[in-house]
Design a protein around this ligand. Structure first.
Ligand code: GUN
Ligand code: ZN
Length: 439
């Protein structure tokens, strides 16, 4: 590694460094993370080379290695947002309804506009920029029913070098006529999108039936067939978010044992199947989810805004269910995973559970990567991983600076970022070692 070109591709970042090796809830917290107060993150060719103590590592680097000084700031792996709708960017913060009415009143009209590919391009560009401004470097995203919406969001992510999983919504009943596809067209459109995008650059596809009520049994069967034909693509949908929705699914699928069994019956449960919410699942369903290795996504900002309910994180964890966190933009009220951590803490409080700051940051990084089956590439500073990371600034606001200066532990500092932090606390976001957002 002594050639000039090799050294010129190497760069280093000095600041406090934190990443997780395991779930702090499952392991001795002391062994679950690696923290260096005066740390150095070394990146080579867009990948993590090493992380350690700056005073020890600096003398080992070639003298011409560029070092970006972020002393006083915290360097963590980029956040993983495991559930968002880019086509709902413009309805974030719509006042006042529960899920089913909100879909009719706000969501369907907004998604109708994505019949225009130019609109889709403009929104996709804004959406991806906003994720990076909030420190999110990987997201799992729903498009609209229009195939071109997914082309737009994949193109926007690819242009930034961003890791993104997305899919075209499949929806052939219980929605406006002009937002309806068919079992046959949703199968062939999804298949064409898989062939065009899955595995291209940092992009992966998700087969995306919106949720059981908006798909006929024929459409779900087609989605299951696609899943069988493409074992490494994702499945992305919603489940058991709200009590009215759960009752509706029982009426629509009287032959199934419950909501989860609808997806199970159509071959949509497996590793890389990602189901948003899961607030109203029973113990048998939790057990089956764990066995299937599917993932639930906890989206607290959305669940609180829509009055859907309080996700039981310890129950899901105890059942062995894989869990990630999501913004659920635009039902969710922020693009920021720091805001999600804040609300996840408060939801846990209402369930008489104390979510530790370490576990919260784990869930937003390595936990999200594991739940999406991406921990071999992102989520931690393991050598060889893709160098997606975020610089958090504890001096971002006067209040954050004041409170952080009195913090006595790493956990306290993290908790203050979650409680008081937002996009202002994201000083910079890097994708594959490249500066992709700077405040
Ligand atoms: N269930 C079905 N569609 C949606 C959606 O767009 N947002 C949320 N939060 N839940 C859903
Ligand atoms: Zn959603």
């Amino acid at each position: 590694m002594s050639s000039k070109s090799a050294t010129s591709r190497r760069q280093a970042f000095r600041g406090s460094t934190l990443h997780f090796l395991d779930d702090p809830a499952d392991a001795d917290p002391a062994g679950s993370f690696e923290f260096h107060d005066d740390g150095l993150l070394v990146v080579e060719d867009g990948h993590i080379s090493k992380v350690g103590n700056a005073p020890e590592l600096l003398p080992t680097l070639a003298r011409d290695t560029p070092v970006t000084d972020r002393s006083g700031q915290l360097i963590v792996p980029g956040f993983v947002d495991a559930h968002a709708h880019f086509v709902q960017t413009d309805i974030i913060g719509s006042h006042g309804q529960r899920l089913l009415e909100w879909l009719e009143r706000h969501t369907f009209p907004a998604e109708r506009a994505f019949a225009d590919p130019e609109h889709a391009r403009e929104v996709a560009e804004f959406f991806v920029t906003e994720l990076l401004r909030n420190g999110t470097t990987t997201a799992l995203v729903m498009g609209s029913v229009h195939r071109a919406s997914v082309d737009a969001v994949f193109a926007a992510a690819a242009a930034r070098g961003m890791r993104l999983i997305a899919g075209k919504v499949m929806m052939d009943r219980n929605c406006p006529d002009d937002l309806r596809d068919t079992a046959a067209s949703s199968y062939s459109d999804s298949k064409a999108l898989i062939e065009r995008w899955h595995g291209h650059a940092r992009l992966q596809y998700a087969i995306t039936p919106r949720f059981a009520p908006t798909s006929t049994p024929e459409q779900l069967a087609g989605a299951g067939r696609l899943a069988r034909e493409h074992p490494d693509v994702y499945v992305h949908t919603h489940i058991a978010e709200n009590e009215e929705e759960v009752a509706w699914v029982r009426q629509l699928f009287p032959d199934r044992r419950g909501y989860l069994d609808v997806y199970d019956h159509y071959n949509l449960l497996r590793r890389r199947a990602v189901l948003a919410h899961g607030i109203w699942l029973d113990d048998r369903e939790m057990e089956r989810l764990a066995q299937s290795e599917a993932t639930l996504v906890h989206c607290p900002t959305c669940n609180l805004a829509m009055g859907s309910g309080l996700f039981d994180l310890p129950r899901a964890t105890a059942a062995g269910v894989r869990v990630a966190l999501g913004t659920d933009v635009g039902g969710g009220t922020s693009f920021g995973m720091l805001r999600v951590l804040d609300e996840a803490y408060k939801v846990a409080q209402l369930r008489r559970h104390n979510l530790s700051p370490l576990r919260a940051f784990y869930l937003a990084t390595l936990g999200g990567a594991r739940a999406l089956d991406l921990d071999g590439r992102i989520g931690s500073f393991r050598p060889g991983n893709e160098a997606d990371f975020v610089i958090l600034d504890p001096a971002a606001t006067p209040l954050l600076a004041r409170r952080t200066s009195a913090a006595k532990s790493l956990a306290e500092r993290l908790f203050l970022f979650a409680t008081l932090g937002d996009d202002r606390a994201i000083a910079a976001t890097y994708l594959m070692g490249k500066l992709s957002h700077q405040r």
